[in-house]
Design a binder for this molecule. Sequence first.
Ligand code: AMP
Length: 289
Amino acid sequence: MKTVRTVADLRAALQPPRRAGRTIGLVPTMGALHDGHLELIRRARAGCDEVVVSLFVNPAQFNDPGDLDAYPRDERRDADLAAQAGADLLFAPPVGEVYPPGFATKVVVSGPLTETLEGAHRGPEHFHGVTTVVTKLLCMCLPDVAFFGQKDAQQALVVRRLVRDLDLPVHIETVPTVREDDGLARSSRNVHLQGADRDRAVALSRALRAAEGAVAAGERDAAAVRERALAAMTHFDVEPEYLALVDPETLEPVAEVDGEPVLVAVAAHVGSTRLIDNTLLTPSPGAPR
Ligand code: AMP
């Protein structure tokens, strides 16, 4: 696996495979790679001829400077893991390559997709930072397919809208969430979970399982499903920042879980670590009521 740091070198490295008609897959990451990222890379390896992993901790999407400073960084380790998972090229630009002096453009997806849930709690600038850097990465690399995790369901939705609205010629592939054995969604931030907080962090996935259990048992009232999920979190003494049942396409709140898929999205601080998770409820028509 080769590492490149400039847009010019990335384009030069991709020119021969592109000319040869080989498909290019891009996996955008902020590094501190874990099995969730590696699953994205493996999917890209399986579906594309040339696999590019980008590694860029994007300052523009951090609403909290402390979070940016504390973000785990280890490029050597990331490069080894990306290579083992099948990456051909690591694109690891410095901040000045992505945001050169005089940089003045922002890509904004407006409306509820970016203003609710994460947008409401981290501020709209978070998604503006994401959409700006994702647009840039797509333009730099011009992949056929870009891979995103369902773990960040709202981000994947926003990216799909961005690609559709701007007619970007790329297919967005969403990969299911990879979890620890106890259900905790893998996240670069999990390294900050110490001692009892690591045990309490399971509260988010337990809440999602409780919501799934309630629906499987026939509950259809969204508020009642939410109460069951909330109770599971309270058991671990974790209070959600938000815990919402929403339409997975519009993110509008839903009143009922009845036939159509419903996204349950949750965010919570466990100690000083902010975690998010989600699941898609898909009650089958034959399920008990
Ligand atoms: P990040 O480095 O946190 O920006 O994540 C890079 C990509 O990996 C994003 O598309 C995330 O949604 C995805 N990702 C992060 N954690 C997981 C996970 N546990 N399972 C699947 N994908 C993930």
